[in-house]
Design a protein around this ligand. Structure first.
Ligand code: HEM
Ligand SMILES: [Ca+2]
Length: 619
């Protein structure tokens, strides 16, 4: 089995290297071949991006794949093998729930700039590169971690609430279910000593959450007609199809039937973006077909997919990043180009990779999660507030109220001000978990991932040593340092997430500085290791300059929502920011849309003429 043969080469999914004979027979004996290997079919350097991530790097075609591992920016810090680290003194770190309660109170609070789309797009985009499936494990498989006889199970990391808990003291609840992260070691795919957290998504920002959500390939989502993805109509609206294996734990009653077979069925924002991008892919197919009527299904599908991926990345890394970090900072960090032309940072010696820390710090957006969605009637009149957390795993209800939920994304999200929504803190997963403090879970996960302390990341990114509490002052306010001192014995003990929660916002931006470093680090890794990155001139099926310029200038959230959002007739131009005098609602007619005439390639005309020539020759 070598490259160039008609068969693929089985690669070890964990190392990304071709699997040696003895390893293959080990996997075969233990029935692990399907789980721990990936079949890399011979690469063609000129082919389109593959949905399973193989053949992106031609030197290492098995790296970056759907079930390939994540990197750690910093080496893991565990205690006694794989147990959560201790304080430097050897004592336990402070309890997760107590730490959360002391650092983040609960309050109603509106962000002064951002609307729901900021945490919303974050939730959608992180699933493109890292999805560790912890909730799934906790809700469906390892459900018993709060039962006395199971609390110390290896798989369990329950979070204990103290007797004087401000909320649960009035109830019998003293424990929150939580599970240890799933690792390649659990699956039998490696014997490495350091736990390696699983990733079920391709490493690249390639919209794998649309085209290959469960690693089943694109065949299950394609209609094979005019390049389009399969959709179903419900009440005159288009949705990804239902299916027999789809699970929506909170769909109730005969009218809540929508549940996607081949996409995630989890949160409200993820659901909206899935629907919007599936519809957008099909919209692009229509537009391409208009200008190139002879293109077949295959060409339409791959071109529309390439454009949809570029659209999402342009929106995320330019518009969304800008809201978070400010334009000046982004240009300085090299994320946004100064000029509009092509850009090529690809390095074939850079292994395809994304970091564990990148997915992890995305949990910071739990702070910005609002707990109410504003509901409207068909005429757009405000009716009432719906408890937003009730929409989780309830795609049937979301589908019935698309106009309201779409519009609700434009209202302010929760502020980053030392508080969180009550539901984030206490009823994170209504109807499926008795009690859930999502943020305490975030602290817990950082520890069970073996992440080093906040101070270690400060040192890594800035070169500054943190040896005294004073050394944290450039990042954290004095008032918050005092709160941390009440909880942690040493400044070098503070958890990464606790450091982010208490951070100041960066100069010129709206998120913690250390968070920006971690997001930007992921951007560099992705762009350097993705041969198909959309800004490259020298890649298979590259955009022309005119096409790239259309994307750079017009791939905005406002344009997306105006094109495929339900009942969207007006929108603020900066659709991640709340509506205000400077960012008023404007009619959709004022929002530029990509001009797909830029993709007209004359091939169909030529074909027609050729036919004509043939005919005339015959005559
Ligand atoms: C109603 C809104 C939300 C709910 C109920 C929710 C709930 C949860 C839960 C229960 C977990 C798993 C906790 C664990 O086992 O450790 C989780 C993980 C996570 N959440 Fe959220 N979340 C919400 C919104 C968001 C948003 C807006 C973001 C934005 C980025 C986000 C990012 C994440 C990330 C990155 C993880 C880790 C995923 C993983 O490790 O696979 N969440 N969330
Ligand atoms: Ca991906």
């Amino acid at each position: 089995m070598t490259h160039g043969s008609s068969y693929g080469v089985l690669h070890d999914v964990y190392t990304g290297e071709p699997a040696a004979k003895c390893l293959l027979s080990f996997y075969k004996r233990n029935n692990l071949t399907d789980t721990c290997t990936v079949d890399v079919k011979p690469c063609d350097p000129n082919e389109w991006r593959r949905v399973d991530g193989t053949c992106n790097n031609l030197k290492n075609p098995g790296k970056g794949t759907f079930f390939g591992p994540v990197k750690r920016i910093l080496d893991a810090k565990y205690h006694n093998g794989n147990e959560p680290r201790k304080a430097l003194s050897g004592n336990d770190l402070p309890s997760e729930r107590v730490t959360r309660v002391n650092l983040l109170g609960t309050a109603v609070s509106s962000h002064k700039l951002f609307n729901h789309n900021v945490p919303g797009l974050a939730a959608y985009m992180f699933t493109d590169i890292g999805s560790f499936h912890d909730s799934e494990n906790m809700l469906l498989t390892t459900t018993h971690c709060c039962e006395k006889e199971h609390m110390n199970d290896k798989k369990c990391t329950p979070i204990i609430f103290p007797d004087d808990d401000p909320v649960f003291r009035y109830s019998h609840i003293r424990c929150m279910n939580s599970t240890r992260p799933l690792t390649y070691q659990d699956f039998g795919c490696t014997r490495d000593a350091v736990p390696a957290v699983i990733k079920r998504a391709t490493t690249f920002f390639d919209e794998s959450q649309i085209y290959n959500t469960y690693g089943k390939g694109d065949k299950v989502v394609r209609s094979f007609i005019d390049g389009k993805l399969s959709v179903e109509e419900e009440d005159g609206k288009l949705f990804p199809p239902n299916g027999p294996t789809a699970l929506c734990l909170n769909n109730h009653g005969p009218d809540q039937t929508r549940c996607f077979e081949n996409y995630f069925n989890t949160l409200l924002p993820t659901t909206l973006y899935i629907i919007w991008f599936v519809r957008y892919h099909n919209y692009v197919c229509d537009k391409l077909k208009e200008v190139n009527p002879c293109w077949d299904d295959e060409r339409l599908f791959y071109t529309a997919r390439d454009i949809t991926i570029a659209y999402a990345n342009q929106m995320y890394f330019s518009e969304w990043f800008e809201a978070l970090q400010g334009r000046k900072n982004l240009i300085q960090a090299g994320i946004i180009p100064k000029e509009n032309g092509f850009r090529d940072l690809y390095d074939e010696n850079q292994d395809p990779e994304i970091t564990l820390e990148h997915t992890y710090v995305n949990r910071f957006f739990h702070l910005l999660q609002e707990e109410k969605a504003k509901m409207y009637d068909k005429e757009g009149n405000y009716l009432y507030d719906y408890p937003l957390f009730n929409t989780t795993y309830k795609m049937g209800f979301i589908a019935k109220n698309m106009e309201s939920f779409t519009k609700s994304t434009l209202s302010p999200c929760h502020a980053f001000d030392g508080t969180i929504a009550f539901d984030t803190a206490n009823r994170g997963l209504p109807y499926v978990q008795e009690a859930s403090d999502i943020t305490a879970g975030d602290l817990n996960k950082g520890r069970t991932f073996g992440l080093p302390a906040f101070a270690d990341y400060v040192n890594y990114f800035t070169g500054n040593d943190v040896t005294s509490w004073k050394d944290l002052e450039p990042y954290i306010t004095k008032e918050n340092i005092e709160k941390l001192q009440d909880l942690y014995e040493d400044c070098r003990d503070v958890d990464l997430m606790a450091g982010l929660w208490t951070s100041k916002t960066m100069k010129g931006g709206n998120i913690p500085e250390i968070m920006a470093y971690i997001l930007n680090d992921a951007w560099y890794r992705t762009v350097r290791s993705d041969r198909h990155w959309y800004e490259r001139k020298d890649r298979p099926h590259a955009f022309t300059l005119r096409q790239l310029t259309e994307i750079r200038k017009k791939a905005t959230l406002a344009s997306l929502m105006c094109t495929v959002g339900d009942g969207v007739n007006e929108i603020p131009k900066k659709a991640f920011l709340k509506i205000c005098k400077k960012n008023p609602l404007v009619p959709c007619s004022k929002i530029p849309k990509i001009d797909y005439r830029a993709w007209a390639d004359g091939s169909c005309k030529a074909k027609k003429n050729r036919k004509y020539v043939k005919k005339t020759n015959k005559q």
